[in-house]
Design a protein. Structure first.
Length: 354
């Protein structure tokens, strides 16, 4: 079958990108003909055809609108079914990996002075509404995501199916690697440190003098977070790692992952940490919290540094927790998620479609 994938970037830098890249490779391995419609490529997949979308625009609003126009122009006959992973175009099946943008806006309203940000959010919300309305079926990757799509974006619950993020259990697994630092070490890993809430992670380790915090990921305004660490007196206890090109080799070198995110429908890094046998401390605003083996690792308020510290102590001191994390991940293999997603896409085709 000829399957079309619609994504901003074909690559592996980011949760959605890693999911699509793995899905693309799996489709090829299953004998499907794959066409990837994308604006950029930073990691090709052998056996998949790439068709670059003509997106030439500046600024957030310009890029959003240009990408939507280019995606809408994809001829339906280019593939038997089109699966979308971005807010734009007319996919048959849309995986809402970013959740509901209106839910995010309600939880994190922009200040009145941020006119550009407010305008960008309004445009992105409108594009989100449009693709949710156009798609014949919508995929949520957590119950949190499903609720937000219904309550904030007004999607008919009968059009939504749940397919949890899977994880590559071979790539992400416990490994006997040299420890990154002596003593208890906690990792914060993510791009966009304001939404992922690095400040709360920093504050959580202030009262844990024996704990080292490793910060990894891409952030264009890293300076202000470094300044906060210094202001909190963390000094040499915070280690700035930079982008994590191979997270499967970083995760097994630490004792826990902390992600006090303000909103993540299902953060892939949490699934990857579980697969590596690394306990995860996160918030109730992360759909990945639904699969953690211990509810005591989930904090209600992303800014409650004290609650985060207590959860981290639990993660660091509970015997057998790493093995329980690996077991939780083993119930969600990537191949299972890919097969579920393709199955929902195929259910939209006329009977007898090759």
């Amino acid at each position: 079958m000829k399957v079309g994938l619609l994504v901003r970037t074909l690559g592996t830098n980011g949760g959605t990108e890693r999911f699509v890249h793995g899905f693309c490779r799996w489709l090829v391995s299953q004998g499907h003909e794959v066409v990837v419609h994308c604006a950029a490529v930073d990691g090709a997949v052998e056996g998949a055809e790439v068709r670059l979308l003509p997106v030439r625009a500046r600024g957030r609003v310009g890029r959003l609108r240009a990408l939507d126009r280019a995606a809408e122009a994809i001829p339906p006959e280019d593939q038997a079914v089109l699966i979308g992973f971005l807010r734009g175009g007319r996919p048959d099946l849309y995986r809402a990996g970013g959740g509901s943008h209106r839910a995010w806006m309600a939880r994190q309203p922009r200040p009145a002075w941020d006119l550009a940000g407010r305008r960008g959010d309004a445009v992105e919300a409108a594009l989100d509404d449009a693709v949710l309305a156009r798609a014949r079926r919508v995929v949520a990757n957590s119950e949190l995501c499903r609720r937000d799509l219904v309550e904030a974006s007004g999607v008919d619950p009968d059009r939504i199916v749940l397919v949890r993020n899977g994880v590559d259990l071979e790539r992400f697994r416990p490994r006997d690697l040299p420890r990154l630092h002596p003593g208890p070490t906690v990792l914060f890993l993510g791009n966009g440190w304001a939404r992922k809430n690095l400040p709360a992670a920093l504050r959580s380790v202030v009262a844990m003098p024996k704990v080292q915090l490793v910060v990894a990921g891409h952030e264009p305004r890293a300076g202000r977070f470094r300044a906060l660490a210094a202001e909190l007196g963390l000094g040499g206890r915070v280690h700035w790692h930079g982008p994590a090109e191979a997270p499967e080799h970083l995760l097994p070198t630490v004792d826990a992952l902390v992600l006090p995110t303000r909103y993540d429908p299902c953060a892939n890094v949490c699934m990857e940490a579980l697969a590596c046998g690394v306990p995860v401390v996160t918030t109730a605003l992360n759909g990945a919290a639904e699969v953690l083996p211990d509810p005591g690792l989930v904090v209600a308020d992303p800014d409650d540094a004290f609650a985060l510290a207590l959860a981290l102590e639990r993660a660091l001191q509970t015997p057998g927790l790493g093995a329980a994390c690996r077991t939780a991940a083993e119930a969600l293999p990537a191949e299972g998620a890919f097969a579920e997603l393709l199955g929902h896409a195929c259910s939209l085709l006329p009977p007898g479609t090759p």
